[in-house]
Design a protein around this ligand. Structure first.
Ligand code: MCA
Ligand code: AMP
Length: 492
């Protein structure tokens, strides 16, 4: 049996999930997920790693669907509730999902897909109907989950992890950050990425702790939950801390004091998914007395490096490799560099993903010949700790903690009737880390950028929409004809 389920059996009466103002015990979670599994199996002995997509907002139902897919031997493919239909269709098609579990709030959205006879779109209610079945025995080597991540290619790739890899990603963090069953965490992160799924949800459930879901991040709700006194842990991206600081600053002195006191009682607050600006760390410390624990991770590896829970947390640094993670910094020829020199972070260990789904060549290219995963992130060792210096590609943008491919947006833009060419870059931004900016080439002398954004919004999620535009007659290119993106920045 999957180890997460075995652990859950040890805590049957404890609260596992709080969502939509209901509290669900571990026993309820186990029961509901075995019902989901029985309905998915529909008398088959095992789903044999079939991709099962599910479109469910963050809630008890999300976890029951995820665990149900696992219990039936399927590979869980979470769909992002904020994506427009074309982005979802891409994931459904690319992952080869023939079955989609859908929450009633999203049934209408998926209506156009019903015409496809190869797809079985099942309302969540149907798989929650009482049923039972013998469940397959799932080994650690079995494929468990596929998360889509943007890279230096046009379209996002499916990152496949097994039960063994997920276990290793969880255990590392449970140990490093000393998770306990008495912990209580608020989850306001999207549930189609490692940060929300592994670091918050799965670590909590592994430990017998409680995870409270809010469907969406709202600064007021987070502060209210902190004020309620039940939280012991909080994890978020830097943009969220920035927004929480703004909210705190907008309130009166009496309320500020209460918020600060309540926050100071948490045992740990973590930041990750993007660089934490030192001024945000310092401001947060002055408000809550917490030195945010910054860590570094990636969809392909889970978490790689972390500042210490008990010892030094150095502002602007990501600490040291987590237990079980092997790491090296190398130059362009894959030769390890010495202290004080920049190099690419490469990772080995049981936490590293299995493959990019059905992309053998891309998977091969992502590793060195001797098996190191090439992250593309550049770091340096200084005074015994690692500092992230940047990325080796200008085509990857990090905004609000989301990884975005400039090439994907450029490609969609070129499909607009008035756009001949485009180049997309990330511009530094205090709140979002980077914001997406697009340089458009058109035969027209003026363009309605709001109309372009609206047109894009039907095709791409909100965080991929450019916030700034410029119109040009041509793009700056080098002698080889490649767009010189660094030059583009000066146009904004
Ligand atoms: C939204 N808006 C933006 C952006 N996103 N503007 C600029 N840049 C953006 N990236 C605008 C919207 O268009 C809207 O504007 C307004 O902000 C509010 O939109 P909303 O969607 O409500 O935003 P939000 O809820 O405030 O979102 C901010 C957020 C979200 C909560 C920080 O971006 C988020 O959940 N980020 C976390 C992503 C994450 O989990 N990444 C982990 C992947 P208007 O009203 O004008 O339309 S990385 C990972 O997993 C690795 C392993 C790791 O290391 O962790
Ligand atoms: P994703 O592909 O969405 O999993 O994003 C992973 C990327 O986020 C990494 O390759 C880094 O570029 C970035 N990242 C994650 N944590 C940090 C951090 N603490 N500081 C800087 N960059 C980070």
């Amino acid at each position: 049996m999957i180890e997460l389920f075995q652990k859950a059996k040890l805590h049957k009466d404890r609260a596992a999930i709080v969502s939509n103002e209901n509290t669900y015990s571990y026993a309820q979670l186990l029961d509901r997920s075995s019902v989901v599994a029985a309905n998915l199996l529909n008398k088959l002995p095992d789903l044999n790693e079939a991709s099962i997509a599910f479109l469910v907002p963050p809630s008890f139902e999300y976890v029951a669907a995820q665990w149900g897919i696992w219990a039936a031997g399927g590979m869980a493919v979470p769909l992002c509730v904020q994506h427009p239909l074309p982005s979802m269709e891409y994931v459904i098609e690319d992952s080869g999902s023939k079955v989609i579990l859908v929450h009633e709030d999203f049934q209408e959205m998926l209506q156009p897909l019903k015409a496809n006879p190869d797809l079985s779109i099942i309302p969540l209610k149907e798989v929650f109907k009482k049923n039972s079945s013998p469940l397959p025995d799932i080994g650690l080597h079995r494929r468990a989950m596929m998360l889509y991540t943007s890279g230096t290619t046009n379209k996002p790739k499916g990152v496949v992890t097994t039960h063994g890899i997920i276990k290793s990603q969880i255990v590392t963090l449970v140990e490093a950050w000393e998770w306990e069953k008495e912990d209580y965490i608020l989850n306001i992160l999207p549930l189609h990425h490692v940060h929300g799924i592994i670091n918050v949800l799965s670590c909590a459930l592994w430990s017998g702790a409680c995870c409270e879901f809010h469907a969406k991040f709202e600064a007021k709700d987070v502060w209210d939950t902190i004020l309620s006194g039940k939280m012991t842990l909080f994890m978020a991206v830097p943009t969220i801390y920035y927004k929480l600081i703004n909210y705190w600053e907008s309130d009166n002195k009496k309320k500020q004091l209460k918020m600060s006191e309540a926050a100071s009682r948490l045992r740990l607050m973590v930041s990750g998914s993007a660089a934490l600006p030192v001024p945000v760390l310092e401001k947060w410390k002055s408000i809550t007395s917490h030195t945010l624990l910054e860590r570094y991770g990636m969809t392909e590896i889970g978490m790689g490096l972390s500042n210490s829970y008990r010892n030094e947390r150095r502002p602007g640094y990501v600490g040291l490799p987590l237990p079980g993670v092997e790491m090296r910094l190398v130059d362009k020829d894959n030769i390890p560099v010495t202290e004080e020199l920049p190099g690419e972070i490469q990772i080995k260990g049981p936490c590293v993903f299995k493959e990019y789904w059905q992309k053998e060549e891309a998977t091969k290219e992502a590793f060195t010949k001797d098996g190191w995963f090439k992250t593309g992130d550049i770091a340096m060792l200084h005074n015994g700790m690692y500092k992230i210096l940047g990325r080796d590609s200008v085509d990857i943008i990090k905004s609000g903690g989301y990884k975005i491919s400039a090439l994907e947006i450029e490609d969609v833009l070129r499909g607009h009737k008035d756009i001949d060419d485009s180049a997309v870059i990330g511009l530094e931004d205090e709140e979002w880390g980077e914001v997406v900016a697009a340089c458009l080439v058109s035969g027209k002398n003026t363009m309605d950028f709001d109309e372009i954004s609206k047109w894009l919004r039907a095709r791409l999620p909100a965080y991929k929409i450019p916030r700034k535009y410029v119109l040009q007659k041509k793009l700056p290119r080098n002698v080889l004809g490649k767009v010189t993106k660094k030059e583009l920045k000066s146009l904004f």
